[in-house]
Write a protein that binds this ligand. Structure first.
Ligand SMILES: Nc1ncnc2c1ncn2[C@@H]1O[C@H](COP(=O)(O)OP(=O)(O)O)[C@@H](O)[C@H]1O
Ligand SMILES: CC(C)(COP(=O)(O)O)[C@@H](O)C(=O)NCCC(=O)O
Ligand SMILES: [K+]
Length: 267
């Protein structure tokens, strides 16, 4: 079906692929964005992604044949599988895998080419929407806590294991500890009164206390101890939000926003 050209943004993480679809030129039709997540442990996820894009585009009267796909990936094998599937199913489409060279942001780190592109894109999106200095927390497979200074420069950050990685490590590294399902946001007693509660309390505290401590440490880096704006993104942002003490905003799909900002800078 032909129609306005679709802009498809794809964030390939280590747990899931997140995808958004919208008109490339919003003035050509209603401005909207549809977002979906596909877990990498789902059978045949590349085909499921293409199917979702095809049916979403058709329902929204967008052209997928002429679509423009922007890919952010920190999982090379998954990105390769997805690129092959797209090239096979929609050969006329334009595919662009984003690198740090494509992101107009100054980086004050040792090796820009080694930085996870998701970290740079979420920082770029946050900087386009919020006042700097900024701390960007991306809570996915790993939790990253990054700092953008008042001159809009990406200054680096911290990486720690995410909620699932931490609880999987406990479950596989011990005999007695069970796996934990984080889909229910826990209302925990302090101290924990059973094994699951104790694990959840420990892991949530390890992640969120680290975030608060790092925010404080980055604040010491600012001019005259300026307050920093804290933004949370990633699949586990809603779970950790209630436990992060520093004032913050939850903006779940910052990586996808950063990709879209590359072709359509926000005003
Ligand atoms: N619909 C969903 N699909 C996948 N993960 C989800 C979803 N909703 C919440 N989550 C949580 O988000 C986490 C993955 O976050 P995400 O930011 O996608 O990670 P990554 O970028 O490492 O792939 C999962 O561990 C899970 O706890
Ligand atoms: C830190 C990450 C594993 C986070 O990935 P995610 O949790 O989003 O799947 C990813 O950004 C990455 O592979 N980074 C490369 C090393 C670096 O950023 O320094
Ligand atoms: K992450």
């Amino acid at each position: 079906m032909s129609g306005p050209v679709a802009l498809v943004a794809v964030d390939v993480g280590n747990t899931a692929v997140k995808l958004s679809i919208e008109p490339l030129a919003p003035s050509e039709g209603a401005s909207f964005k549809l977002v979906h997540a596909f877990k990498l442990d789902r059978a045949n996820w590349p085909a499921a992604i293409v199917q979702w894009a095809q049916s979403t585009a058709a329902a929204s009267k967008l052209s997928l044949e002429q679509s423009h796909w922007l890919i952010s990936s920190v999982q090379r094998r998954a990105a390769e599988k997805l690129r092959k599937q797209i090239a096979q199913s929609i050969p006329s489409t334009t595919l662009q895998q984003i690198t740090h060279h494509d992101v107009p942001m100054k980086m004050r780190i040792d090796a820009p080419g080694s930085l996870g592109i998701d970290r740079l894109l979420s920082a770029f999106a946050a900087q386009n929407r919020f006042k700097t200095p900024l701390v960007i927390v991306d809570a996915g497979s790993a939790v990253t806590v990054d700092y953008v200074n008042a001159s809009d420069e990406f200054c680096g950050g911290a990486i720690l294991p995410g909620l699932n990685l931490q609880t999987n490590a406990l479950a596989t590294g011990t005999d007695a500890l069970p796996p934990i399902d984080w889909t229910d946001t826990p209302s925990l007693r302090i101290p924990g009164k059973n094994t699951s509660e104790a694990i959840q309390l420990g892991v949530l505290t390890s992640v969120t206390a680290a975030i608060d401590r790092l925010v404080q440490a980055y604040e010491n880096e600012t001019q005259q101890g300026d307050e920093v704006t804290v933004v949370l993104c990633g699949g586990d942002a809603p779970v950790i939000s209630g436990w992060v003490q520093h004032t913050h905003t939850v903006q779940p799909e910052l990586v996808l926003e950063g990709l879209c900002d590359l072709v359509r800078p926000p005003k």
